[in-house]
Write a protein that binds this ligand. Structure first.
Ligand code: ZN
Length: 211
């Protein structure tokens, strides 16, 4: 018997935490049955990089491909969840990655303290664990297919946010950001991540499940 699917996406909520400076997430019910409307209707306004979402190469590569061109192979299939402790440091380093067995075409998700710490905060966590630029290059050199992280960005705030994105997206690696892996133990899983089909977009919100 297969184990049940686990939802590793965060809920989209009105006013939820976003990357500093990105448009706010507004979710408002504009028709209310309790006010006599025939149906309930919700209006949604947010950045494509809100909550659990994917980055397309177009996010940091001017002529990179866009969300609707994403191959399903990048987001459906076997994946590996690695837990990274990052005791003293704020970023995932090459030394952390050298301890892991990475293989070409692998889908890798990194679980860090972000899953329990950062998502529990009411404001943006500037000290979230991110991927250092040289570690991003290490992932490229090992030809992984997909990289997932458990907070809003692969690169660090005020650190190498631009470089890490340019390195991974420039190599055609598909990026899932904003996962919550608190309930997930390291190991192999089946991954399904389906971003919404936003035409020409540099990113898209997605639902992600593992089992
Ligand atoms: Zn993004």
């Amino acid at each position: 018997m297969k184990r049940p699917w686990k939802d590793v996406s965060v809920s989209l909520r009105d006013g939820m935490v976003t990357w500093p400076g990105d448009p706010e997430c507004h979710i408002k019910r504009v028709n209310r049955m309790e006010d006599g409307a025939v149906c309930n209707l919700t209006h949604l306004s947010m950045s494509a990089h809100t909550g659990t979402h994917m980055d397309a190469p177009r996010h940091f590569i001017a002529d990179g491909i866009t969300m609707e061109q994403m191959p399903f192979e990048a987001v459906i299939g076997r994946c590996r969840v690695f837990e990274i402790e990052c005791e003293d440091q704020m970023q995932i380093t090459v030394d952390d990655l050298k301890k892991l067995k990475l293989s070409p075409r692998q889908r890798v998700l990194f679980k860090t303290r972000n899953s329990t710490r950062s998502w529990a905060m009411n404001e943006f966590d500037k000290d979230f664990i991110s991927i250092r630029a040289d570690a991003a290059q290490y992932l490229v050199d090992h030809e992984v297919m997909t990289v997932g992280v458990d907070y809003l960005s692969i690169g660090g705030h005020g650190k190498d946010v631009v470089e890490t994105h340019q390195i991974l997206l420039g190599a055609g690696i598909w990026v899932i950001e904003g996962l919550n892996l608190a309930e997930i133990k390291p190991g192999y899983y089946e991954l399904i991540c389906l971003p919404i089909k936003l035409e020409g977009a540099d990113g898209a919100p997605c639902r992600v499940v593992l089992r």
